[in-house]
Design a protein around this ligand. Structure first.
Ligand code: ACO
Length: 401
């Protein structure tokens, strides 16, 4: 047995903090969360106000630049992003290397990482102008790349961007148009999708953002860093939760089966958890879930969809919020609880949910990455560890073992 104190006697002081529950890895001026009060601010603005009154393009500008844009600045920024929506034609051949049934997140990891092989003029991280172009390229190309991942999975031809449409309408069209029928995005759906993008744009030092920062701290190029973020986001405890939440709601199916699942979530011998419930930071209602619930209602009404899954979700929320187990552990619905209901009603298959999250979070990732590179205190990320292996011993040649 190792005496850890003896082993680290000369190391100086450092903390052992699995999961980084109480260790800040950086300073950041982007996003503030008060998990106890259920507050989320981007550059000081409450998420509810941004979701209701702003647009994803404006929030992107805000996160990148620190202030809301003037009318002219917003128009210029939108034009710049629009100009970068095309991907290099050779990139389209990448998709054919994947099996048809590949998970679109697997495709995203590969294709986004490959961008660095196409845009050599925006990989020098020490040049602020190159960093800006890389950021714009990533934000602009993500909808195109995501829509292409979808098209590939359903065996339909790729749809190229149309620059007279808004960022979000363009994405919906690239996803749902087919040569025989042009998709006309409904303003209610565009608005709902734009809100979903705003709600996912940034969330301070979550696992994928920390991954982007850690990758970037070595000087890796921005496209590689964002690909690392996408890989991390894919996990079911992070970005994969909305897919898992909808699957769970579908499995529950009817309101009368809710108590059975609540009992399972409370049973310590059962690994089952209520997906879309609980959060590392929020110990109160996730403010994004409030907007999400209202948006779900608007979208279902607009589309005339009577999805029993929404009724199950609302009832499950009420039962859990009044259950002593969930009250005591401060488990509330998170952003993922209702988003799946909306995305499914719009027509996205569940495999695309995390892709949409990645699309929106790209803005936060690049803003955080830029902030880190510009920070004079920036160092390579290098966590310590507590060694628990054998103490020093002598090698024994294989013949003597
Ligand atoms: N259902 C039932 N019990 C839960 C749930 C849940 N969804 N979440 C947490 N708990 C319980 C745990 O069993 C634990 O109980 P214990 O103290 O008796 O052991 C306690 O609450 C604390 O849970 P931890 O896992 O220690 O909390 P942590 O902060 O590490 O986890 C997490 C947060 C991963 C989000 C967790 O709540 C979870 O797994 N939720 C379901 C998945 C999910 O919705 N993820 C989306 C997160 S939001 C996002 O990424 C955008």
């Amino acid at each position: 047995v190792i005496d850890v104190r003896k082993l680290y006697a000369n190391t100086g002081m450092f903390t052992y903090d699995p999961g980084f529950t109480s260790t800040a890895s950086c300073e950041s001026g982007l996003t503030y969360i008060d998990g106890d009060e259920g507050v989320l601010l981007h550059r000081g603005y409450p998420i509810g106000q941004l979701a209701e009154q702003s647009s994803f393009m404006e929030v992107s500008y805000l996160l990148l630049n620190g202030e809301l844009p003037s009318k002219q600045e917003l128009a210029d920024f939108t034009r710049t992003i629009t100009r970068h929506t095309m991907v290099h034609e050779q990139l389209t051949t990448f998709y054919r290397g994947f099996r048809r049934d590949a998970h679109p997140m697997a495709i995203m990891c590969g294709v986004v990482g490959a961008l660095s092989a196409f845009y050599h003029d925006s990989t020098d991280i020490n040049d602020p102008a190159q960093r800006t172009i890389a950021s714009h390229r990533l934000i602009a190309k993500m909808p195109t790349i995501a829509a292409m991942a979808y098209k590939y999975s359903v065996g339909q031809p790729f749809v190229y961007p149309r620059n007279d449409l808004s960022y979000t309408a363009n994405f919906l069209r690239m996803t749902f148009s087919v040569p025989a029928e042009e998709y006309e995005p409904d303003p209610v759906i565009v608005d709902a999708m734009d809100k979903i993008f705003i709600l996912h744009a940034d969330h301070e030092q979550n696992a994928s953002t920390s991954t982007v920062r850690l990758a970037g701290s070595s000087g890796a190029n921005p496209f590689a860093c964002i690909a690392a973020g996408i890989a991390c986001l894919w996990g079911p405890a992070h970005g994969g939760a909305n897919e898992a939440a909808l699957n769970m709601l579908r499995e529950i199916g009817t309101v009368d089966r809710i108590p059975e699942y609540i009992a399972r979530a409370k049973n310590k011998d059962d690994p089952f958890r209520l997906m879309g419930f609980g959060h590392r930071v929020y110990k109160n209602y996730d403010p994004r879930a409030t907007v999400m619930q209202k948006t779900a209602k608007d979208v279902l009404e607009k589309l005339g969809v009577n999805d029993p899954v929404f009724d199950v979700a609302k009832e499950l929320e009420q039962i859990a919020l009044n259950d002593p187990y969930f009250i005591e552990k401060k488990l509330y619905p998170n952003v993922d609880f209702y988003s799946g209901v909306i995305l499914s009603a719009i027509g996205f298959p569940t495999e695309m949910f995390t892709v949409l999250f990645a699309l929106a979070r790209t803005v936060g990732w690049v803003a955080q990455w830029n902030e880190m590179i510009s920070d004079p205190a920036q160092k390579i990320g290098r966590p310590r560890q507590l060694y628990t292996g054998p103490v020093q011993r002598d090698y024994v040649p294989v013949a003597d073992r």
